[in-house]
Design a protein around this ligand. Structure first.
Ligand code: IVH
Length: 664
């Protein structure tokens, strides 16, 4: 039976390779699925022959708590940059002055995440992110799911290859479409999407993201018997790795390389993957060694970075939108242009001051640019192209949705609609509450919320928990059958058990996002404690500044908000942090004294934190003290600790210990 299983795996690996690397399948999807099913059945029947590198595991399965840190055998370097022809020319001249004429290889600079992958005895063994170049994270479980990456290779010695994990444009569009439907925040670009997917702890999720990889570097290539980079690329290709052969080419000088750059500039948006430049490498390993390194980057390679694409177009109109906090944002309605691979009809205008400072008028020709964001920005107007019909924009005095007067926050550059019943605010805040990062109520995306609000069934967050009052109406509405309604009810019911931090995040308190919500939940432990916290207590919390503290205070001073919390409580929502019990850690059981002023923690906060970690915090140092944590201007207690040979720890070291625990 073992032979049969092995044979099936071999066949499936070959079909995988033909499909995902060669882009040339030799078997129908149906037949492939049949074979895969057969293998799954056999592996279930004979678990003793299971193999983590079996093609059946390309769908993921492993769920981790966190990623292990791994030190790279050789550091993963970054490259210096050039931005134009002159800089490229001078990069080449320097090399040629030092070692004479050389051959270069220029390649697409893939916009993804650098990855190091090792094979032991021909078997995939580990994939590690670049991290800080010295230490990266073990993301093997996720990289395993990359369909084009072979799990077995025909090479018995140990091997490390490096390259880029990226998200193809097609996968990116699909992933973002799904996120939009679920009311989740969209990924700004392919690179962010790839990074977000590789950081998934559940490899099944990563497997669904359609990641891919190009392999472009064989560290210490000479030890495998090659004398140049290009030959090592071809060898990697022959082992079954996906190598970007089409756009990895040899050149003799800067001018030739520049033509290649111009060619890629033309076609980059037609490629099925994102590139952000071109990498230029000296081909010969011997010459690479002669040239060596500067402090951080090789002298034998450089990255040419494309400029962010800019285009001119007509600014047809300016309109404002209202966010869940009531923030009024101006947007530009543009005559559609094709920019950085997508059709663009809107751009960000940030705020009133920006429109005035840049003298942007309706009817202007404007320059738009797509930086890293989903929504492009207006860089400037082109006043030379005015014909007298342009009109300066007058910022509205009233909310475009509810019509009430809007006010400018003197501390911010933005106007706000302060009407808590403004339909735009209501819809946005309910949708935020229900979104994936908050209460994660499936089936209650932004569009549904808006529709339900228009029908009068959802006027506030607490209405979500009363939705069954409208059962008949909802089920009779087209597009929302009995089954979807049941699922929605179940999702709403489940959300009651969510963590306190998700609930806090969902409330939409100004300045409080998921990170602050987590810190607040940890620090206060219950909704009541948070509601009754004073300004000083809030301000003392790590990462909570005075503006956020005031935002929290204002939120809970509002009668309506307090009433909402009570309604949510009556509906049965969890309002306590699960983790009030102590956590096993380095500090557990230790007698700890804190002295001096810590930069990032209030005194009470650090005490609460240490206690949660199982420490006993005391005020005075004695021979029984295990540890003294000291901050700025620590005095006699620190001296005493040193005299008594008690361990001491600076705030930075303390944070390091905390970080270790957070990544455990
Ligand atoms: S070569 C020493 N080749 O760009 C060799 N890098 O700043 C180092 N990248 O961190 C890398 N495509 O993530 C190389 N064809 C390519 C590349 C490439 C993308 C990334 C890589 C690296 C960064 C360089």
């Amino acid at each position: 039976m073992k032979e049969k299983i092995e044979l099936l795996r071999k066949k499936l690996n070959q079909y995988n390779y033909e499909y995902h690397v060669l882009d040339n399948p030799t078997i129908s999807d149906l037949d492939y699925d049949k074979l895969l099913r057969e293998l799954i059945d056999l592996e279930t029947q004979y678990p003793e022959y299971d193999d983590p590198n079996s093609p059946t595991h390309k769908v993921g399965g492993q769920v981790l708590d966190s990623f292990d840190k791994v030190e790279h055998k050789r550091p993963m370097l970054s490259l210096g940059n050039v931005f134009n022809y002159e800089e490229l020319k001078s990069f080449c001249e320097k090399i040629e002055q030092e070692v004479g004429n050389v051959e270069y290889v220029a390649e697409c600079k893939i916009d993804g995440l650098a990855m190091s992958v090792t094979y032991l005895h021909g078997q995939f063994s580990q994939a590690v992110t670049r991290g800080d170049g010295v230490v990266g994270e073990d993301v093997s479980a996720n990289v395993r799911t990359v369909k084009s990456l072979p799990m077995k290779i025909d090479y018995d010695q140990d091997l490390e290859i490096r390259g880029e994990i990226y998200m193809p444009k097609k996968s990116f569009e699909k992933v973002n479409k799904e996120r939009e439907e679920n009311g989740e925040e969209l990924f700004a670009n392919c690179r962010n999407a790839a990074a977000g997917s590789i950081r998934q702890l559940d490899s099944k999720v990563a497997a669904k993201r359609g990641l891919d990889g190009f392999w472009y570097h064989l560290p210490d290539g000479e030890t495998y018997g090659f004398d140049n980079h290009y030959d090592s690329l071809m060898w990697m290709k022959s082992l079954g790795f996906k190598v970007n052969e089409m756009y990895s080419r040899k050149f003799q000088n800067a001018d030739e390389i520049w033509s290649f750059i111009e060619e890629l500039t033309q076609i980059r948006y037609d490629l099925p993957y994102d590139i952000d430049g071109v990498v230029i490498k000296v081909n010969s390993y011997l010459t690479q060694r002669q040239l060596g390194f500067t402090s951080r980057t090789p002298k034998w390679a450089v990255a040419y970075k494309f400029p962010a694409e800019e285009k001119e177009t007509l600014l047809e109109d300016i309109f404002v939108t209202v966010g869940r906090t009531g923030k009024i944002t101006p947007n530009a309605q543009l005559k559609q242009v094709f920019l950085a691979g997508t059709k663009v009809s809107f751009a960000q205008l940030h705020n009133e001051d920006m429109i005035k400072d840049k003298d942007i008028r309706i009817g202007d020709i404007v320059v738009v640019r797509k930086a890293g964001d989903i929504i492009p920005e207006v860089v400037r107007s082109v006043p030379e192209k005015r014909n007298g019909t342009q009109v300066p924009y007058v910022f509205p005095k009233t909310c475009p949705v509810c019509g009430r007067v809007i006010v400018r926050d003197p501390k911010e550059a933005h106007y706000f609609c302060i009407n808590p019943d403004c339909p735009a605010r209501v819809v946005e805040s309910i949708a935020h509450f229900a979104s994936r990062d908050c209460m994660n109520i499936d089936g209650l995306g932004a569009k549904k919320v808006e529709a339900f609000h228009q029908m009068g069934w959802l006027n506030s967050i607490e209405d979500i928990y009363q939705i069954s009052k409208y059962e008949t109406e909802i089920c009779e509405t087209s597009g929302f059958g009995e089954k979807s309604y049941r699922n929605l009810l179940q999702a709403i019911e489940n959300s009651k058990q969510n963590s306190l931090e998700k609930l806090i995040n969902g409330l939409g308190i100004r300045q409080v996002g998921d990170k602050a919500a987590k810190i607040l939940a940890q620090r206060f432990g219950t909704m009541d404690a948070l509601m009754n916290a004073t300004f000083d207590e809030l301000k003392e919390v790590r990462d909570i500044g005075p503006i956020t503290a005031q935002g929290i205070l204002d939120f809970f001073m509002d009668e309506g908000n307090r009433a909402m919390i009570e309604h949510l409580r009556e509906a049965g929502l969890n309002m306590e942090a699960a983790q009030t019990k102590t956590e096993e850690s380095f500090f557990t059981g230790k007698k700890v004294v804190v002295t001096g002023t810590l930069a990032n923690y209030g005194r009470k906060e650090v005490q609460a934190l240490l206690e949660q970690l199982g420490a006993v915090v005391s005020g005075s140092v004695s021979a029984k003290t295990d540890l003294v944590i000291y901050g700025e201007s620590a005095g006699s207690k620190l001296d005493k600790a040193r005299k008594l040979n008690v361990s001491v720890m600076s705030e930075a070291e303390f944070e390091e210990k905390l970080a270790e625990r957070e990544t455990l």
